[in-house]
Ligand binder design. Structure first.
Ligand code: IMP
Ligand code: MG
Length: 185
């Protein structure tokens, strides 16, 4: 998609900024403090769901002051574009044996809830010391399975959003803010 798009078309797809860099940064400082308070000096394992959560993970881990290990999993729930396939695929698993860890899953967005519902179920079977979920964005209007994050930084309406790690067709992840995607041709 990105390769066949002119710069004009690219810019046209970024409809409007809905969450600024400053707002994101402020919310992350608060979430980092909240997480540090919950674990109170105990070590944690932050687990990021790639690819969308990589930017959030990089900023959030630096706002936390308890000892942290970092782990990555790759889950795909969208094949392309803005249409959910309804199927979650774990394409890369964690390297850590999580039975020794307090696990904090770091996710970019909860939409239908299927991805996290499946991932939490899977990780709970491995009997971690505890497990919590922090998400940057939450779109509660689109939920298909009952799922709630422990910490959610922003609740947004039913819009397709891009930036700060989130993509459409693998581009726009590097935008420093969250923007609404222009779905018009
Ligand atoms: P869920 O399984 O429907 O909750 O989908 C979660 C995944 O879908 C997220 O981790 C994103 O990768 C993707 N997704 C959902 N909504 C959006 C969006 O508005 N923009 C970009 N990706 C999204
Ligand atoms: Mg994601």
């Amino acid at each position: 998609m990105g390769a066949s798009m002119s710069f004009e078309e690219y810019k046209n797809k970024i409809k409007r900024v809905i969450i600024t860099e400053e707002e994101i940064s402020k919310a992350i400082k608060l979430a980092g403090k909240q997480i540090s308070d919950i674990y109170d000096g105990n070590p944690i394992l932050l687990v990021s769901i790639l690819k969308g959560a990589f930017v959030f993970m990089a900023d959030l881990c630096r706002a936390i002051d308890v000892p942290c290990e970092i782990g990555f999993m790759c889950a795909k729930s969208y094949y392309s574009g803005t249409v959910s396939t309804g199927k979650v695929n774990i394409t890369m698993d964690l390297e850590q044996d999580i039975s020794k860890y307090h696990v904090v899953i770091v996710e970019d967005i909860i939409d239908t809830g299927r991805t996290l519902n499946d991932i939490v179920k899977l990780l709970k079977q491995r009997e971690p010391l505890s497990i919590r979920v922090v998400t940057l964005l939450d779109k509660p209007d689109r939920r298909l399975v009952d799922f709630k994050a422990d910490i959610s930084l922003f609740t947004i309406p039913d819009l397709f959003v891009i930036g700060y790690g989130l993509d459409c067709g693998e581009i726009f992840r590097n935008l420093p803010y969250i923007a609404e995607y222009n779905t018009e041709e």
